[in-house]
Design a protein around this ligand. Structure first.
Ligand code: ADP
Ligand code: MG
Length: 819
């Protein structure tokens, strides 16, 4: 402890954040009584002493031990509320619910104990304790790096390892000593539900002296864990439903907590349970409104008008996208709802339980975006004569503790954000959870008495789970992260004290790509090598889209010539790895090989048809994607249409969801664009196709390929081959591509896939004269004689070319020459 004190610098003579007076809190007796039962109360003195003597303190304790609700109260009572006591939560639902709870426990108004999440809050000038999402605090740091209004920051749920929480801890490890030096002491308390805190405490870059770790022993009753014999792979929510029915029918009283992965599943299971065990009393069990309806209302707001004009995009046109000042909560990371929300169809009737009104079940959904009133219901006792059943997402794992739970039903899965390393686009997938998480879930059953946890998977499957969930930062592509940090004005990303750092190579590559995309200001090579380029206005707009930077650039440019709906559809479709039925998969039965060949030919032919002719053909595979999305949506996106046209139904549904999500993002960054999801989207006009090709080139510029000319054919292997800046070997247009027979002189591709050869997939044709204009930052310029058409420089990997006009944005003056 002595060492820890030294680390915070020479002790300033006056310490404003030091407890001045003990503040009396006038709690209601029943609240006081409930508090006294919480394990964290026994440690109050130890905690407060550690906080007094150290700038950084780590607090570990089981979920439900009282960390979130009590520690802010300890600090308040001990006089730390000279500034604001700030508490960050990775989830909105926790920030709102905890602020209400603490206000109630302290018998204070919500103008003193308040919350702030992205869209709303009740913070006033008098606020003493402020609960907020981690994204909100990050934005505040952008405005006031020293966070001078705060006396203490509590980072809650640090075990979740959300990217923003990680970055906040990194930032605060610097901010706190700075504050101490200035004589404005500040405290940082990191709270975690697991004991695995070495990534923070043993990281010398983060904390030169390990901070004290205080453990809170929770009173926990034994929980018997029951594994399934088999593991349902497909319909696990059906299994969850049946298990819950069985518990309700056969087992003694006690609340049931069900873990599912997303909002749509939660609603579907709630509906089925309510049907099986009807219970009506007023409107209490009425379903919460889903936000889909809200979204649809927004989409319908504005109609686009069609115009046809000059076919050239304006690279500076992104400036119309303002940086959203109010965009304070960019944490999409673990909001499980972001990824969900295909309306789950109800199961066939024979799968239903018979309705049994004699056993009323009080069914409540719980997920992040539920309204606060709906959320609050889970904390209230169920109506007399009923059993409480909460159907929740991961939010009930550690963020919220629901009283009276005796049975836990765990589907074993979790919805996580993933990034495709090839396409760089994020998506949400349902995967197995970790052992640590599964144990957390089980622990929810033993809060008030011995309980039971039903795991709907086998013990062998559990044995294969990873021990802990890995830090989100290691699953993220770093160009995205680097852009986010630059948006916070952290220019030197390499020096940043990440709790778990990404590799330097990854950071360098990310910085280079971002400079090329124009998201970072262009600076000298030296600066670039030191990874310290500042963000540009375009970068700020890009940072607000939930896709990787290449695609964000396309969205930022997309509003020209009313192309935005198309750009959104293409970007959404590019996110889904394969929208077509596998060419090589035998149709229904394993017939003779001629059938396979025929099927292949038929599917390939179909793709060509979608690509169209003339102008639209040159958009290539991206036109195919656009055509498939347009046609499928026009037909109502039915399984039948997909089957008949060689599309994967699941992929098409996913694209539909993503289109909605991206449309919302664009509208919230730039409301005047007023784009909406049109299920009857007309095909793009010829000039729009040209515009789209240029927008795609601007995003995929580092994936440019040039067809090898006849005179270069030194080696026959280069026949029909393409040269790319990064690969020595030829790459070829994939036979399934719409441009396989066209072989345009220049193309951009989405990915290179190595099978028998290196094949480009997602190919779109490029006009060479666009290259110097649209990819200025990728180019070295030479004289037109030296460089008759864009070329790749083998030493730098950059594109060599000359300009076609006399004056350019790069400021270079070159002779005008027709190409
Ligand atoms: P931790 O942060 O350690 O997980 P909390 O401080 O969230 O623990 O919870 C402590 C206790 O307070 C739990 O028993 C929980 O049930 C109770 N609690 C939290 N919020 C509410 C609420 N809104 N209504 C009733 N009880 C609540
Ligand atoms: Mg908590």
């Amino acid at each position: 402890k002595k060492e820890a004190r030294k680390e915070s610098g020479p002790a300033p003579s006056k310490q404003p954040s030091q407890p001045a007076v003990f503040i009396h809190v006038d709690r209601l007796p029943e609240m006081q009584e409930a508090r006294l039962r919480l394990p964290v109360l026994a440690e109050e003195q130890v905690i407060m002493e550690a906080v007094k003597e150290n700038s950084f303190v780590v607090l570990c304790g089981e979920t439900g031990s009282g960390k979130t609700t009590q520690v802010p109260q300890f600090l308040y009572e001990a006089g730390y509320a000279s500034g604001i006591i700030g508490v960050t939560e990775p989830r909105r639902v926790a920030a709102v619910s905890m602020s209400h709870r603490v206000a109630k426990e302290m018998n204070l108004s919500t103008s003193l104990v308040s919350y702030q999440i992205r869209y709303e809050g009740n913070v006033t000038a008098d606020t003493k304790i402020k609960f907020m999402t981690d994204g909100v605090l990050l934005k505040e740091i952008q405005k006031d790096f020293l966070l001078q209004r705060y006396s203490v920051i509590i980072i809650d749920e640090a075990h979740e390892r959300s990217v923003y929480t990680d970055i906040l801890i990194g930032l605060l490890s610097r901010i706190v000593p700075l504050r101490n030096k200035k004589g404005l002491p500040m405290k940082l308390i990191v709270m975690s539900a697991t004991l695995r805190v070495e990534d923070f405490t043993e990281n010398r870059k983060l904390f030169p002296v390990p901070p004290p770790v205080i453990k809170v022993e929770a009173r926990q009753f034994p929980v018997s864990v029951h594994f399934n014999k088999r593991t349902p792979l497909e319909d696990y929510s059906g299994e969850v439903f049946h298990k819950t029915c069985k518990i309700h029918r056969m087992l003694p009283p006690g609340g049931i907590l069900v873990f599912l992965t997303g909002q749509a599943e939660v609603h579907s299971v709630c509906r089925r349970l309510r049907r099986a065990f009807p219970f009506r009393r007023g409107r209490e069990v009425a379903e919460a409104p889903t936000d889909t309806a809200e979204e649809m209302r927004r989409f319908k707001k504005v109609k686009l008008k069609k115009t046809v004009s000059l076919p050239r995009i304006d690279l500076d046109n992104y400036s119309a996208l303002p940086v959203d000042e109010g965009d304070e909560d960019r944490q999409a990371g673990i909001d499980e709802e972001e990824g969900s929300d295909l309306e789950l169809g109800d199961p066939p009737a024979d799968d239903e339980e018979k309705a049994d009104p004699s056993l009323p079940l009080y069914v409540l959904p719980l997920y992040s975006l539920l309204s606060p009133e709906q959320q609050a219901k889970v904390f209230r006792p169920p109506p007399p004569g009923t059993r409480l059943c909460v159907v929740a997402t991961n939010v009930a794992e550690t963020s919220l503790t629901i009283p009276g739970i005796k049975y836990v039903v765990d589907c074993g899965r979790v919805k996580k954000r993933f990034y495709d390393r090839v396409t760089g686009v994020s998506s949400f997938k349902v995967t197995w959870t970790s052992q640590a998480s599964a144990n957390q879930r089980a622990g929810r059953a033993g809060r008030t008495e011995p309980g039971h946890c039903y795991r709907l998977y086998s013990s062998a499957v559990f044995g294969d789970f990873s021990l802990f969930s890995e830090a989100e930062i290691t699953r993220r592509p770093v160009e995205d992260l680097v852009l986010q940090m630059k948006d916070l004005n952290i220019d030197k990303v390499v020096n940043f004290p990440f709790p778990t750092p990404p590799s330097t190579e990854a950071l360098v590559a990310a910085e280079q790509l971002l400079v090329s995309l124009g998201a970072l200001e262009e600076v000298k090579e030296m600066e670039r090598a030191r990874l310290s380029c500042p963000i540009s206005p375009l970068g700020r707009a890009m940072a607000s889209f939930p896709v990787a930077p290449r695609y964000a650039k396309m969205l930022a440019l997309g509003k020209q010539q009313d192309c935005l709906p198309y750009v959104i559809a293409v970007v959404a479709a590019m996110t889904v790895r394969e929208i077509f039925e596998d060419l090589d998969r035998p149709a229904a039965t394993e017939d003779e090989s001629s059938t396979l060949a025929q099927r292949r030919a038929r599917l390939t032919q179909m793709r060509r048809l979608w690509a169209g002719q003339g102008a639209s053909l040159l958009l290539g595979d991206l036109m195919v994607l656009l055509g498939a999305v347009g046609a499928c949506e026009f037909a109502g996106c039915t399984p039948k249409f997909c089957e008949e046209n060689g599309l994967r139904y699941k992929a098409m549904l996913e694209i539909r969801r993503l289109r909605g999500q991206l449309t919302n993002a664009v509208n919230s960054v730039c409301p005047e664009v007023g784009v909406f999801v049109d299920s009857k989207m007309a095909p793009p006009t010829e000039s729009q196709v040209v515009c789209l090709r240029q927008i795609v080139l601007a995003g995929l510029g580092d994936h440019l390929a040039r067809r090898v000319q006849q005179e270069e054919l030194l080696d026959p292997k280069w026949r029909n081959g393409y040269k790319t800046p990064l690969l020595d070997e030829p790459v070829y247009i994939h036979p399934s591509s719409a441009l396989f027979k066209t072989l345009p002189p220049f193309v951009v591709y989405q990915e290179v896939l190595e099978t028998t050869k290196m094949y480009m997939k997602g190919v779109s044709a490029v006009e060479p004269e666009w290259v110097p204009q649209i990819l200025t930052r990728y180019c070295h310029f030479g004289s037109p004689l030296e460089v008759p058409s864009p070329w790749f420089c083998p030493s730098t990997g950059r594109i060599k070319c000359h300009c076609t006009s006399t004056f350019f944005r790069c400021g270079w003056q070159l002779p005008a020459v027709e190409m």
